[in-house]
Design a protein around this ligand. Structure first.
Ligand SMILES: [Zn+2]
Length: 546
C-alpha cells in the first residue's frame, strides 16, 4: 500500500509538471539524458536539469525538463555521469601556481636523480636562482635526510631552495645559506629546526619557520610573471574538474593579486582564501569578506609540522627517532590570541594539526571558544594521528576534521615506522573521523599532492597505491564508501567553508557548477577510477573546460 501511494505521488508530480508547462521557458542551458548525481540530502539521481543566469533552475527527468524548458544551448549527454563540480577543501593554489616555475622533483628516487633534474631545469631556463618542489627522501634507498655537499658542488654560484613534498622541510645549498646570512647557533634558529653535522655545521636541511625564513630570501617573481602562472594553474584546475579550491595561508599582497585577477574577470575559479595571521592581514580584514568567487572568512594556523619530516608534535617520541617529539610551531599564547581575534571579528579558524599532542592541544584551545551545538565550523586540518580518546571530541564541539585521502596512500609506506603499531591505528583514520564528526571536507593539500580528483576518490575508496597495493587496502577498516567520498569532495567540502546554500550539490537555486565525467565513478571497477577524468566543466553555467 505504501508503495502504491508513493507511486501515485510521483505520477501526480509528473502530470502536474507536464500540465504546467504548456509553453517552454527559454533558459541558458538544458542538460538531459545524463546520469546526474545531485548529492542532495537524499542522494537522488536524475536525468536532466535546466540552468539559467548561472544557477540550476530545475532538476528532473529528461521528459519533465525538456517539456518545460528550451535551452539556448542543449546538451544530450547520452547517459554520461554528472557530478557537482569538485571542491578541493584544502589546497594552496597560489603556492601551486608559483611552483609551476620550479623544478619538479616529485617521485625522484635518489639524490643523484634530483641533481640531474635540477641541472636539466637550469639548462632550460638559466634562472638566477633555483627552486625545486616535492622531493621525498623516503623514496630513496637510504631514507635519511640528505646533506648539501653534492648540491653545493653542483651549484656553487646560485642559491638553490628545494622543498620537501610536505613543504615542512627545506634543503638548501651553501650559497642560499650564505645569502640568508644565517650561522649555526644564531638565536633566530628555533630549537630543532636546523639539522647539524656532528661538528656543529649545517647539513643544509632546515625545518619549519627557520627553513621558511631562509627560503624567503629567494627573490620572488614579479606580478606579471605570477599572473601568468595563476592563469595556468586555473586552467589545470578546470581540466581536473574543479570548480572550487582553497588557497590556504595567504599574505596580503597575494590576496590582492587574486582579488585583482578576479575583478578583471580573468580568475574565475571559486576560491576560499585562508588568511595567514599577519598584522597586515588583520589591519586590512576587520571582518569576513564574501563574493561569489572569493571567500575570506578563515584564519589559518599551524600547531605543528609534518609526520614525514618528524615535525608533527607527539606525546611520545617518534618510534624511529627516540628522543624526538616533533615541534610546536605556534606558542600557546599566540594561538589563543588569534582565536580570540577570530571570534571577535567573526572569522573561522583552520588549524594544521598532525601529531596526537598537536591535535589535542588544538581541541583544548578550541574548547575555550566553542560551545556544544555551535555551528561555527572551526576546523582541524589533516587530523592525522589522533589519540583514541580524542575522536569523540570532534563531535562534541562540532569541530570539523578536514581530510586528505591521498595523504594516507602517499604516507602508508613509512607512517607506521614513525609512530609504531599502536598509534598508527588512529592515523589517517578517515572512517573514524567521519563517524565522530558526522561529515568531513576532503582536499588534496596540493602542491603536497596533485589536484586530480580521480586520485582523491580512488585513495579514499581503495587505500592502495595505483598498483592496488597493499591488497585489500592499508588499514581497510578506514576505507570510505563511494557515497561518502563523493559527498566529501562536493557537499561536505562546501559545508567546510559554510557555502552549502550556494554550492556542493545540483539543486534548484544553487550555482550551476557541475562536471561531466568520462566514466561513472560510482559504479566502475575501483582499479579503473584513477584513469577517469573530466570531460566537461561548467562554472555558474559557463563552460570552462575544454
Ligand atoms: Zn596544507
Amino acid at each position: 500500500m505504501k508503495k502504491f501511494i508513493k507511486m501515485s505521488l510521483v505520477l501526480g508530480a509528473l502530470t502536474l509538471s507536464v500540465n504546467s508547462c504548456s509553453t517552454r521557458q527559454k533558459v541558458d542551458l538544458v542538460v538531459y539524458n545524463a546520469c546526474i548525481y545531485t548529492v542532495d540530502t537524499s542522494f537522488s539521481i536524475h536525468e536532466a536539469f535546466a540552468v539559467d543566469k548561472g544557477v540550476f533552475l530545475a532538476v528532473g527527468s529528461t521528459q519533465e525538463i525538456r517539456d518545460c524548458y528550451k535551452g539556448r544551448k542543449e546538451l544530450n549527454l547520452q547517459g554520461a555521469a554528472v557530478y557537482p563540480a569538485f571542491n578541493d577543501a584544502h589546497s594552496h593554489f597560489t603556492m601551486f601556481a608559483h611552483g609551476l616555475s620550479h623544478a619538479d622533483l616529485r617521485g625522484a628516487q635518489s639524490e643523484e636523480e634530483i641533481i640531474e633534474r635540477l641541472q636539466k631545469h637550469y639548462e632550460l631556463y638559466k634562472p638566477d636562482f633555483l627552486e625545486g618542489d616535492a622531493w621525498d627522501q623516503t623514496l630513496w634507498e637510504n631514507k635519511a635526510f640528505p646533506t648539501n655537499e653534492a648540491l653545493s658542488k653542483a651549484f656553487p654560484d646560485i642559491p638553490v631552495y628545494l622543498y620537501r613534498v610536505d613543504f615542512h622541510a627545506y634543503w638548501v645549498n651553501d650559497k642560499a645559506i650564505e645569502l640568508a646570512g644565517v650561522k649555526p647557533g644564531d638565536p633566530s634558529i628555533k630549537p630543532g629546526e636546523a639539522l647539524l653535522h656532528p661538528d656543529g655545521t649545517f647539513t643544509g636541511i632546515f625545518l619549519e619557520d627557520t627553513g621558511a625564513a631562509i627560503s624567503a630570501t629567494a627573490p620572488s617573481p614579479n606580478n606579471a610573471t605570477l599572473k601568468k602562472y595563476m592563469m595556468e594553474a586555473q586552467n589545470i584546475c578546470f581540466a581536473y574538474g574543479l570548480g572550487s579550491i582553497t588557497d590556504g595561508g595567504l599574505l596580503l599582497h597575494e590576496i590582492e593579486l587574486l582579488d585583482s585577477l578576479q575583478k578583471e574577470g580573468l580568475l574565475k575559479i571559486r576560491t576560499d582564501v585562508w588568511l595567514t595571521p599577519s598584522e597586515e592581514n588583520f589591519a586590512r580584514f576587520q571582518e569576513p569578506y564574501l563574493s561569489d568567487r572569493l571567500d575570506i572568512t578563515t584564519i589559518k594556523l599551524y600547531i605543528d609540522g609534518a609526520l614525514g619530516s618528524r615535525g608533527a608534535l607527539m606525546y611520545k617520541p617518534y618510534s624511529d627517532d627516540p628522543g624526538n617529539y616533533g615541534i610546536q610551531v605556534t606558542s600557546d599564547e599566540d594561538f589563543l590570541d588569534v582565536c580570540r581575534l577570530a571570534q571577535e571579528r567573526g572569522f573561522r579558524v583552520s588549524t594544521h594539526a598532525i601529531g596526537d599532542k598537536g591535535i589535542r592541544k588544538v581541541l583544548d584551545f578550541y574548547a575555550q571558544f566553542l560551545t556544544p551545538g555551535n555551528d561555527l565550523r572551526w576546523r582541524i586540518e589533516h587530523a592525522q594521528v589522533v589519540a583514541p580518546e580524542d575522536f569523540k571530541r570532534f563531535g562534541e564541539l562540532n569541530i570539523v576534521p578536514s581530510i586528505q585521502p591521498t595523504h594516507a596512500t602517499s604516507d602508508m609506506g613509512w607512517a607506521e615506522q614513525r609512530v609504531g603499531p599502536e598509534r598508527v591505528k588512529g592515523a589517517y583514520a578517515f572512517k573514524d573521523l567521519i563517524q565522530a564528526a558526522g561529515w568531513a571536507p576532503f582536499g588534496t593539500d596540493t602542491p603536497v599532492e596533485v589536484f586530480n580528483p580521480a586520485y582523491t576518490f580512488f585513495a579514499a575508496v581503495s587505500r592502495t597505491n595505483l598498483q592496488m597495493k597493499p591488497e585489500g587496502g592499508w588499514y581497510p577498516e578506514q576505507i570510505l564508501s563511494r557515497e561518502e567520498t563523493l559527498k566529501g569532495m562536493t557537499i561536505w567540502a562546501a559545508m567546510g567553508s559554510c557555502r552549502e546554500k550556494e554550492k556542493g550539490s545540483i539543486e534548484p537555486g544553487k550555482w550551476a557548477d557541475f562536471v561531466v565525467w568520462t566514466d561513472d565513478l560510482m559504479t566502475i571497477p575501483i582499479e579503473e577510477i584513477p584513469e577517469t577524468s573530466c570531460q566537461m566543466n561548467f562554472l555558474g553555467g559557463e563552460q570552462v573546460f575544454p
